[in-house]
Design a protein around this ligand. Structure first.
Ligand SMILES: Cc1cc2nc3c(=O)[nH]c(=O)nc-3n(C[C@H](O)[C@H](O)[C@H](O)COP(=O)(O)OP(=O)(O)OC[C@H]3O[C@@H](n4cnc5c(N)ncnc54)[C@H](O)[C@@H]3O)c2cc1C
Ligand code: HEM
Length: 397
C-alpha cells in the first residue's frame, strides 16, 4: 500500500476544512438517512470530529501492523452509538466520495483503491473488536446519587452504575446526560474503584459549553447518565508500579490524579509501601482551588504526599503564583519521578515544555489533555508537545 500518497491526499482534504466536513455529512445523511439519528442534533462544535478522525486514522493504517489496540478500543466504544457492521460501508463510501469531489484530477483509480483497502482494514478491526465484545453492555446506566457545587466553576457528581463497571484509576469514559441526547463527552472518575461501585466526577463549567454547564448545574440526584466503556492508558499505573510521581494538574485535570493517589494510598495502607507523590494543582484564582481542604488534610497525614496549589492569574495570592508548569520547573528538583500531566491542551503543552527545558527526558513524561477527543488516539497530537514525547505516551497501547 502506498502510505505516503495516502497521507498526502488526506493532508489536501484537511486543508479544505469545513467544506469537506459538510460534504461528507451531507453525502452520508442523504445516502443513508437511517444513520442520522446516531449523530447529535446540532453538530456545530462537534461536526468535524468524526470526519477528521476517520481520515487521520485510515491514512495512518500502517500503524495497525504494530499495534491495533487503539482501533479495537474505538470499535468497541462505537457500540454506544449503536453502530453495527452494516454501517461501515456507508461511512466508507461517503469518505471516498468526499475525497473524489475535492481532489478532482488527483483522485486516480489507484488512489481510490488504496483508500478503499485502508478503510476496509481499519473497519474490519473495529467490527471484529465490537463483535467480540457483544456480551458486554454497549453502555452502562448510572444514577446520580449526590451533587455538590465545589467551587465557582466546578461541580462534583457522585454516580452509581447499575451494573458492575470496571475501570482503572486514571481512565476516563464518555458520558451522555439526559438533557443533551447524543452529545457524548469524556469525564474522568476522581476516585479509585470503590467497593460500593460509586464514582465521583469533577466537572468544570466551560463557558458556552453544551454539556458541562448542564452537567454541573442542572443534572440532579435521581437522573440517569449513560456511560461508555472506560478508555485511556496514558495516566494509568500498573499494579507493579513502584516509582515516584510528579503530578501536574490544571483545573479538573486533578480528577485522574486524585484517583491515582487513592490507588497508591490503598497500597500504602495495606502493605506500607509508598511512592513519593508531588502534586501541583494549577488554577486561575484562589477561588478555583476546589479540593484544597481534602488534599491538604490528606497530605498532612501521608508522609509520601506533597500538595502545592498554584495560582496563575492573581499575583496577590499568598502561595505559589504563575503558570503551573513554570512553577513546577522552578521549584521542584527532578529526582527521577515519572511526570503525569493533565489539563487543557494549552496547559499540557506548556507544562510539558517547561519540564523538558528543566531536564526531564521525554520518556519520563506522560500526559492526557482534556480538549481532545478519544484518549490515546496516536494520530492526534493536539498538545503540540515534542513529537518524541507524543510517540512515547500515545503509542497504540
Ligand atoms: C479524556 C478526557 C477526559 C476528560 N475529563 C474531564 C473531567 O474529568 N472533567 C472535566 O471537567 N472535563 C473533562 N474533559 C473535558 C470534557 O470532555 C468536555 O470537553 C468539557 O466538559 C466541555 O464540554 P462542553 O460540551 O461543555 O463544551 P463544548 O460544547 O464541547 O465546547 C464549547 C467550547 O468550549 C471549548 N472548550 C471545550 N472544552 C474546554 C475546556 N476544557 N476549557 C476551555 N474551553 C473548552 C470548545 O473548544 C468550544 O469552543 C475530558 C476530556 C477528555 C478528552
Ligand atoms: C473506520 C471507521 C471509523 C472510524 C476510524 C471512526 C472513528 C471515530 C472517532 C475517532 C470518533 C470520535 C470519538 C470521540 O472523540 O469520542 C467517532 C465518532 C463517531 N462515529 Fe465513528 N468511526 C468509524 C466508523 C463509523 C461508522 C460506520 C459510524 C456510523 C455510521 C460512526 C459513527 C460515529 C458517531 C455517531 C460518532 C459521534 C460523532 C459526534 O459525537 O459528533 N463511525 N468515530
Amino acid at each position: 500500500m502506498d502510505i505516503p500518497t495516502l497521507r498526502d491526499s488526506w493532508l489536501s482534504i484537511e486543508k479544505v476544512g469545513d467544506e469537506a466536513v459538510l460534504y461528507f455529512y451531507s453525502h452520508l445523511f442523504m445516502e443513508h438517512p437511517e444513520v442520522r439519528d446516531m449523530f447529535p442534533l446540532s453538530m456545530t462544535t462537534q461536526r468535524g470530529r468524526f470526519f477528521a478522525a476517520l481520515g487521520r486514522i485510515v491514512s495512518n493504517v500502517d500503524c495497525l501492523a504494530t499495534d491495533a489496540a487503539f482501533v479495537q478500543q474505538l470499535g468497541r466504544d462505537h457500540r454506544k452509538f449503536r453502530v453495527v457492521a452494516d454501517h461501515y460501508p456507508a461511512a466508507g463510501a461517503s469518505l471516498l466520495a468526499t475525497m473524489e469531489y475535492f481532489l478532482g484530477a488527483a483522485w486516480t483509480d489507484n488512489l481510490a483503491a488504496t483508500w478503499a483497502e485502508a478503510y476496509r482494514a481499519v473497519a474490519r478491526i473495529m467490527v471484529t473488536a465490537a463483535e467480540e465484545e457483544a456480551s458486554a453492555p454497549a453502555w452502562w446506566e448510572a444514577e446520580v446519587v449526590a451533587t455538590e457545587r465545589r467551587s465557582i466553576d466546578v461541580g462534583v457528581l457522585r454516580i452509581r452504575p447499575n451494573q458492575p463497571y470496571s475501570y482503572n484509576a486514571g481512565q476516563s469514559m464518555a458520558v451522555q446526560i439526559p438533557q443533551r441526547p447524543r452529545l457524548w463527552r469524556y469525564y474522568t472518575p476522581a476516585n479509585a474503584p470503590r467497593p460500593d461501585g460509586t464514582l465521583d466526577l469533577h466537572v468544570q463549567i466551560v463557558a458556552g459549553g453544551q454539556v458541562s454547564a448542564t452537567l454541573a448545574r442542572t443534572v440532579a440526584v435521581g437522573d440517569t447518565l449513560r456511560l461508555g466503556a472506560p478508555i485511556g492508558t496514558a495516566l494509568t499505573l500498573s499494579a507493579d508500579f513502584r516509582g515516584d510521581l510528579l503530578m501536574v494538574a490544571g483545573g479538573t485535570g486533578l480528577a485522574p490524579m486524585t484517583a491515582l493517589i487513592e490507588q497508591l494510598d490503598e497500597r500504602w495502607r495495606s502493605t506500607g509501601e509508598a511512592s513519593n507523590v508531588y502534586l501541583f494543582h494549577g488554577v486561575r484564582t484562589q477561588r478555583n482551588i476546589y479540593d484544597h481542604t481534602f488534599l491538604s488534610e490528606l497530605a498532612g497525614n501521608r508522609p509520601w504526599l506533597r500538595y502545592t496549589p498554584v495560582v496563575s492569574d492573581d499575583p496577590a495570592y499568598p502561595g505559589e503564583c504563575g503558570p503551573v508548569g513554570t512553577v513546577v520547573a522552578k521549584t521542584h528538583r527532578w529526582q527521577g519521578e515519572t511526570a503525569l500531566i493533565c489539563g487543557s491542551t494549552a496547559m499540557v503543552e506548556h507544562a510539558a515544555g517547561e519540564l523538558r527545558r528543566a531536564g526531564l527526558p521525554a520518556s519520563a513524561i506522560r500526559f492526557e489533555n482534556f480538549d481532545g477527543g478519544h484518549p490515546d488516539n496516536p494520530t492526534s497530537n493536539t498538545s503540540g508537545a515534542p513529537t518524541e514525547m507524543a510517540h512515547q505516551v500515545t503509542t497504540w497501547h
